[in-house]
Write a protein that binds this ligand. Sequence first.
Ligand SMILES: CC(C)(COP(=O)(O)OP(=O)(O)OC[C@H]1O[C@@H](n2cnc3c(N)ncnc32)[C@H](O)[C@@H]1OP(=O)(O)O)[C@@H](O)C(=O)NCCC(=O)NCCS
Length: 189
Amino acid sequence: MKHRFPDHLTSARLLLRRLQPTDAPTLCSYRSQPEVARYQSWETFGPDDAARLLDDQQDRDIGVPGTWLQVAIVEAATGQLIGDCGLHCLADEPQQFEIGITLDHTQQGKGYATEALQCLLHHLFTALSARRITATTDVLNDPAAALFRRLGFRQEAHHIEHRPYKGTLTSEFVFALLAREWALRSQPA
Ligand SMILES: CC(C)(COP(=O)(O)OP(=O)(O)OC[C@H]1O[C@@H](n2cnc3c(N)ncnc32)[C@H](O)[C@@H]1OP(=O)(O)O)[C@@H](O)C(=O)NCCC(=O)NCCS
C-alpha cells in the first residue's frame, strides 16, 4: 500500500525522517568509515553517490512495490544525522519488506539501531499492515546479526558462499519477523 512517510517518527532519543539534500556531507562521512562500509555494497561513499541517492529518494513514498525508502536516523538531542535505514517493499509482495541499517561508527553501542528499528517496525506493521519483514546479514557481521536477534527476528537461512562480494564469496544469514510474532512480543507482560 503506497503511503506518504510521516514528517517524522519519534522514539525516546531519536527522530526518523526522510533524507534531505543537506544530509549529503554527513552521509558521505559516516558511510565512508571502513567499519561501516565493510559489509555494505560500497567501499567509499562520495558526493556523487550521495547526490544519486538523494535524487533517487526525492518524493519517494513508502510501500511502493519494488522500491527502497531510505530513512534518516537523527539524534533528537543534537539534531545530528547519525545513520540511515533502508525499507524495501518487495516487488511481487507489497506486504513484505526487507530492511537494512547503517549507523555512524561513533554512535554504535548505544542502542540507537535497536531503538530506530523498533520504531520503524511499529510503523511498518501498523500503518502499512506489513505481514513479514526480513533482513540479510553477512555471517561475519556479528553486530548486525545480534541486532536482528535482539529485535525478535528468527534466523531462516544460512546461505554458504552463495554470492560474489568484494573479491570473495560471501555467506549470509536471512532473518525474518512476522506481524503476529511482533504482536506477541509487543504485548505488555
Ligand atoms: C548493524 C549496526 C547498525 C548495529 O549497531 P549497534 O550499535 O551494535 O546496535 P545498537 O545501536 O542497537 O546498540 C546495541 C549495543 O548498545 C548497547 N547499549 C548501550 N546503551 C544502550 C541503551 N540505552 N539501550 C540499548 N542498548 C544499549 C547494547 O548493550 C548493545 O551492545 P552489545 O552489542 O555489546 O551488547 C552497526 O554495527 C552498523 O551500522 N554496522 C555497519 C553497517 C552494517 O553492516 N549494517 C548491516 C546491514 S543489515
